[in-house]
Design a protein. Structure first.
Length: 135
């Protein structure tokens, strides 16, 4: 049978958990294991994680019409396609597109209006590619 010691998980005043580095073995590996983790798993307090995610969200949103046009034009959409996509999101959602998901929704909405199946599949494939880049 293995003996297990339960430690209290006390928090310091900043909100993170206290870590006693003098306990245990292989303490030297901790830093390399810590930095090989995904970025979201490095946060010890939820307020730090929330602040980081909130900041990334704000930076990823488009703010102006020029940003919206540039976002789609850089990804190979023509001026007319760009205008149709933005207009479709505006008509369906009641607001202009702000995130990748809004743009993908607009692209698939425009694709639904295409009469030729090849043109529809082409637009939907481009929307899929855009969505995969975001994931």
């Amino acid at each position: 049978m293995t003996q297990v010691e339960v430690l209290s998980a006390g928090r310091d005043r900043v909100g993170g958990y206290k870590v006693d580095v003098t306990r245990g073995t292989r303490v030297g590996r901790v830093s390399s294991e810590w930095f090989s983790r995904p970025a979201d798993e490095r946060y010890l307090s939820l307020s730090d994680l929330y602040g980081s995610v909130r900041g990334r969200t704000e930076r990823s949103r488009t703010r102006t019409d020029d940003d919206r046009n540039e976002f789609l034009r850089k990804r190979g959409f023509s001026k007319t396609e760009t205008a149709k996509i933005i207009e479709r999101v505006l008509s369906e959602e009641g607001r202009k597109p702000e995130s990748v998901f809004d743009f993908v929704q607009g692209i698939t909405a425009v694709a639904r209006g295409k009469t030729h199946q090849d043109a529809r599949l082409d637009l939907e494939a481009r929307a899929k590619k855009l969505l995969e880049r975001a994931a």
